[in-house]
Design a protein around this ligand. Structure first.
Ligand SMILES: O=C[C@H](O)[C@H](O)[C@H](O)COP(=O)(O)O
Length: 235
């Protein structure tokens, strides 16, 4: 039997705690990644026990998992309201004294474009994370989803801005990662990001960038799974 490591147990706690927020009749944004997967599984279990919800997946991966666990699916076009979205993060600013408290980097799984669309549309955006994701400020590379034709010009623009872009390579195929939307991903190192809001605005203005992985002023709460509990950060 596969044993669950400390990080997996923390992710599970966060995911299951977030799933407790889901109420009958809700439309729920279903994020992508290993932490959110625990929330999707818990929602599937609740559905099996009679809870009536509809899910909006943010990727091929979350759609497949939702189908597997029996969550009825819908689309953004078909609903008036998304009650809440549950999604993971690659890094979360955890400093109440910082204006960037609660800002995120997402897109480690190349799903950030659709995630941002759904997370931003939700009345409440619930982030799920383990403690390794928390940081005083954002400093991981920022994923950019870019149109295939645009990757060299966007890379040049990122260098002009002082960043170092790397085209994301696929692990199990020759060539680059191709997103669910048929685009490419540039992972861009900027070093520590003091003002994510400002960088987000600059990145959004670069032609050829479909979406960047900075999520600023979007999260309402983060559930951080710990060794034996869940820490809550409300924003
Ligand atoms: O593109 C992927 C997403 O933004 C994920 O939510 C993020 O990478 C976190 O994934 P995980 O929970 O597996 O660390």
């Amino acid at each position: 039997m596969k044993t669950e490591g400390g990080t997996d147990a923390a992710k599970r706690r966060a995911g299951e705690r977030a799933a407790e927020e889901v109420e009958g009749g809700d439309v729920v944004g279903l994020g992508t990644g290993s932490t959110t997967a625990y929330a999707i599984e818990a929602i599937g279990e609740a559905v099996a026990n009679g809870l009536e919800v509809q899910g909006i997946p943010t990727s091929f991966q979350s759609r497949q998992l939702a189908l597997e666990v029996g969550i009825p699916l819908t689309t953004l076009e078909a609903v008036d309201t998304v009650d809440l979205a549950i999604d993971g993060a690659d890094q979360v600013v955890d400093d109440p004294d910082s204006s960037a408290h609660g800002a995120l980097i997402k897109g480690g799984g190349a799903a950030h474009t659709r995630e941002k669309l759904v997370d931003a549309a939700a009345e409440r955006f619930v982030v799920v994370a383990d403690p390794s994701k928390l940081a005083d400020r954002l400093e991981r590379s920022v994923p950019l989803e870019v149109l295939p034709d645009a990757h060299t010009v966007v890379a040049d623009r990122i260098r002009d801005l002082g960043g170092e872009p790397t085209l994301r390579e696929a692990a199990n195929k020759d060539g680059p990662v191709v997103t669910d939307n048929g685009n490419l991903v540039l992972d861009c190192e900027f070093g520590p990001i003091d003002d994510p809001d400002e960088l987000a605005a600059v990145l959004s203005s670069v032609p050829g960038v479909v979406e960047h992985g900075l999520f600023v002023d979007l999260a309402d709460v983060t559930y951080v799974g710990t060794d034996d509990n869940v820490a809550i950060r409300e924003y």
